[in-house]
Write a protein that binds this ligand. Structure first.
Ligand code: SF4
Length: 345
């Protein structure tokens, strides 16, 4: 856990508590069980993290990062597990005090979410919290229906490990803003039929919902996320933090070169200024703009997706490299501000 992670769809992990009970077939090969057992701990025992770990996000200074960060919360437990009811208010307090971090809370217990939100959650949730559910098979689609009733800025679904064909229904109708798909890896991995992933990918394309293919799984051979290609390409779409305008405009001039890294851009490139202006002046998708625009209120996560063929230099280093981290901020593992995706022409 910490401010680095190998999980492709996030930037950091935070585990204010650890340990969990298995609730469905997707938990069968839970990596947390393997890891905890390896360290001689009982994975069934839910324990609060040390004060240092619990408070870690308070030390993750925004001054260290050039862009907002995503934090996968409770990767070694379930944020809404009963045993953590007494500790959760403290976690909400930390989340509230760190608006520069975006917390990705993924649960298999969405039925407990509505009853365990903070008092000041409001009608649309904290701007820096995304809520997601794991749906590994058709049998658990009801988790998504349950989560959709909980207000939040971004609802997402993680179909990992995907164990069967999923009929997710109308994603937009259920308020789904993002879908992650992945096969199972590790010992005893169960196979994922690529057609199951295709079905979900196609549905996302149809409904203009960002689609992220994390990995193909470990069966029948090792297909890690580096090789997670479907129909000739990788799929790494995601909601972009802070909305299009804010994200692009956050390319701030910097004279800081004391870290030994290459200096950052001395300003927002002209074409990005124009792009930001287009976002401001065209609140609807148009053929001329050749971009898909989602402009939520300032400070609210949203999405901007560029057509595959509309290549623009990285806002940080001015080079063309759409996938993988920018070479400038590789030491911190952060990713691009402008992401490859589908445009609506
Ligand atoms: S809910 Fe998540 S953390 Fe808990 S056992 Fe299942 S997979 Fe593991």
């Amino acid at each position: 856990m910490g401010d680095r992670t190998g999980i492709a769809w996030t930037d950091a992990t935070w585990n204010p508590w650890m340990g969990c009970r298995k609730v469905s077939q997707g938990c069968a090969h839970c990596y947390m069980y393997r890891e905890q057992s390896r360290w001689g701990r009982n994975p069934l025992e839910v324990v609060r993290a040390s004060p240092r770990t619990f408070r870690a996000p308070l030390t993750w200074s925004p001054l260290r990062w050039r862009e907002p960060r995503r934090v996968f919360t409770c990767s070694w437990s379930d944020f809404f597990i009963e045993e953590a009811d007494a500790w959760r208010p403290d976690a909400w307090d930390i989340i509230r005090r760190t608006p520069h971090l975006t917390y990705q809370v993924l649960t298999k217990r969405p039925e407990r979410a509505a009853e365990h939100l903070p008092a000041d959650w409001g009608t649309s949730g904290y701007p820096n919290v995304w809520l997601g559910v794991s749906v590994e098979s058709e049998r658990f689609v009801e988790r998504l229906e349950c989560l959709s009733k909980v207000p939040c800025q971004v609802h997402f679904v993680s179909a990992e490990p995907l164990l069967g064909s999923l009929r997710l229904g109308t994603l937009r109708g259920l308020g789904v803003d993002w879908v992650i798909v992945g096969g199972e890896s590790g010992p005893g991995a169960r196979p994922m039929d690529l057609n199951w992933a295709r079905e979900i990918r196609d549905l996302c394309q149809e409904e203009q919902v960002p689609f992220f293919l994390k990995q193909l799984g470990g069966f029948p051979d090792s297909r890690s996320h580096e090789q997670a290609r479907l129909d000739g390409r990788t799929w790494t779409e995601m909601p972009i933090l802070g909305g299009g305008t804010r994200t692009l405009a956050s390319v701030a001039p910097s004279t800081d070169n004391t870290s030994g890294k290459r200096p950052l851009s001395t300003g927002v490139p002209r074409h990005l200024e124009e792009f930001v202006e287009r976002l401001r002046t065209k609140p609807r998708f148009t053929a001329e703009a050749r971009v898909t625009i989602s402009l939520p209120p300032v400070g609210v996560p949203g999405g901007v997706f560029l057509p595959d063929d509309e290549r623009r230099p990285c806002a940080l280093c001015q080079e063309f490299h759409w996938e993988g981290p920018c070479s400038i901020d590789r030491p911190t593992g952060t990713r691009h501000q402008v992401q490859k995706g589908r445009g609506q022409l």
